[in-house]
Design a protein around this ligand. Structure first.
Ligand code: ADP
Length: 523
């Protein structure tokens, strides 16, 4: 008897299995997950159930911490305690999925110290499966910010979790409701509007609760009248509330003749609606902000464009007067004409800045690289600003490196940056010097624009490069401007593969440095 047993154990010729294979097969057939861990909490063995939860075979030596969601990592100390005192412990763990689309798992584990050192974890899926997938829902919804995608994902999840075959999100405006997203049999209703009066949406709002219909097609609801081809059996509708606002409803449906939704389905829909409402609210806010931003951009572009034409005409007339083509003028008249010209130029510069801003924001700017000498670029920018410096009685100095620097870049954009920075240096300096120093370092050219002006307080520095952010500051009001120059300059520098640095001391002056690569590739 005992010899027969021994033969089978040893995997003898009579067809017996070797003990290790047998033990593994037995562990794999268990309904529970079994994980063996080394004293360093690294995996030494995982049975089939555990492997399935993780979603991929586990390489021996994988640290347990890698398998856990961040929130579950603090539980590792409990495992450490069992290792130390040998007392078995119950531990709740959240496994993060290997594949992004796989659900995360909530496990209830018993940890025991193994005789050989290390730990044995025996785990079961927690029966609060709903919480597990809600956790997942929140994660999936948080990953998408585009409104349409959020709603689509929501429909998919709702149908799946409530064991329906279709789902939809509906929003309301005034007396109407609109199906803004749909899946399955509710697809034909997408984009359609119907009267709220007599609808399940209205009932869900009025009762502030989930409402059910066991056979939608026979109920004569308003949506059915608008979309007669809809074929729906049981329907559940839950209101979506977030931050005291009713955002719409979430509906799930089953096919005609299918069993009605049960209480657990309604409970799942309620929990899902609570979670989803926040995600919907967030993407609504984002959508509003984006469309306000687009509207602002369009408004600025249209206004600036419309203003540019009459301003060009004004500048032309101004020139005619200044050249005395229309007849001789007195000194006083010429002085007025000159002031008019400087105001017109100032306005034109502001409009050009706004147009440059909108075109950058809309991604209409493209790189046009060409080959040129860096000193030519610097001289061209200085020539634009020199008259302003002279007008203010400032010295404008240009310091060039001994060796020429040949660049391949977008010369117009590079010049625009230098003109902006030099223009600011002159604008914010009442006496002294503005210096533009060019140097080369490795594959970059650097232009330092230093002034002896008012300087910038350290706490203002982080805000400087934000669009319009300066408009309301005392500094800007005193000196005028759109508050766009630095923002545009930085964006242009980034397009050219470079950046802008700034250092400043109040009352002493500032240095703005633009660093550009010698060569930029056309994209
Ligand atoms: P704008 O000059 O049209 O106001 P900018 O974006 O070019 O817009 O500059 C933003 C703000 O940064 C200015 O209003 C000013 O307060 C500050 N600033 C920029 N350059 C200097 C400088 N060289 N010295 C002092 N302050 C500066």
């Amino acid at each position: 008897m005992s010899s027969t047993y021994a033969t089978a154990d040893a995997g003898g010729p009579d067809g017996g299995v070797d003990p290790e294979t047998g033990i593994r097969a037995a562990l794999d057939s268990l309904d529970t997950g079994v994980l063996l861990l080394s004293p360093e909490l690294r995996v030494t063995y995982a049975n089939a159930r555990w492997t399935r939860w993780v979603g991929a075979p586990l390489a021996p030596g994988t640290p347990l911490v890698q398998l856990l969601e961040e929130s579950a990592r603090e539980r590792l100390s409990l495992l450490g305690a069992t290792l130390a005192d040998g007392q078995p412990r119950m531990v709740q763990l959240w496994l993060c999925p290997v594949r992004a689309d796989a659900p995360s798992r909530h496990l209830t584990c018993t940890a025991r110290r193994a005789a050989t050192g290390g730990l044995v974890l025996e785990a079961q899926l927690s029966d609060d499966d709903d919480r597990t997938s809600l956790h997942d829902v929140a994660r999936r919804l948080a990953e998408v910010s585009d409104m349409a995608e959020v709603l689509h994902t929501l429909c998919e999840i709702a149908a799946l979790r409530c064991r329906g075959t279709a789902a939809a999100v509906l929003r309301t405006t005034g007396h109407l409701s609109e199906v803004v997203a749909a899946s399955g049999d509710l697809m034909p209703a997408r984009g359609r509007c119907f009267e709220l009066d007599g609808s399940m949406v209205q009932e869900a709002f009025d009762q502030n609760a989930i409402v059910a219909e066991s056979n939608y097609n026979d109920a004569g609801r308003p949506l059915q009248r608008v979309v007669p081809e809809l074929a729906l059996g049981p329907v559940l509708v839950a209101p979506l509330h977030a931050h005291g606002e009713t955002l719409g409803v979430l509906a799930v449906a089953r096919a005609i003749g299918a069993p009605s939704f049960a209480e657990p389905d309604a409970e799942r829909l309620r929990m899902l609606a609570d979670h989803a409402a926040l995600a919907v609210h967030k993407s609504l806010l984002l959508q509003q902000a984006q469309s306000a931003d687009r509207a602002k951009g369009r408004f600025l572009a249209t206004m600036s464009h419309e203003l540019r034409t009459p301003l060009t005409a004004l500048a032309g007339y101004n020139e005619l007067l200044a050249d005395q083509v229309m007849g001789p003028m007195t000194e006083a008249q010429l002085d007025v004409v000159d002031r008019m010209r400087s105001v017109t130029m100032h306005l034109s510069a502001m409009i050009e800045e706004i147009l440059a801003f909108t075109s950058l924001e809309e991604g209409r700017e493209i790189l046009r690289p060409s080959e040129f000498l860096a000193e030519d670029l610097v001289r061209a920018a200085a020539a634009v600003i020199e008259p302003l410096a002279i007008q203010k009685g400032l010295k404008l100095e240009v310091v060039l490196p001994r060796a020429s620097v040949r660049m391949t870049s977008d010369i117009d954009k590079a010049r625009q940056i230098l003109v902006n920075l030099l223009g600011n240096a002159v604008k914010f300096t009442d006496s002294g010097t503005v210096t533009l120093q060019l140097s080369r370092s490795g594959h970059s050219v650097r232009a330092d624009i230093t002034d002896t002006g008012i300087g910038i307080p350290a706490d203002e520095l982080p805000r400087l490069f934000r669009p319009f952010a300066q408009v309301d500051t005392g500094l800007t009001r005193r000196h005028g401007g759109t508050g766009l120059g630095l923002y545009i300059s930085r964006r242009l520098a980034t397009m050219l593969g470079g950046h802008i640095e700034v250092s400043s001391t109040v009352g002493k002056g500032s240095t703005f440095s633009v660093v550009l690569p010698v060569t930029v590739e056309a994209r």
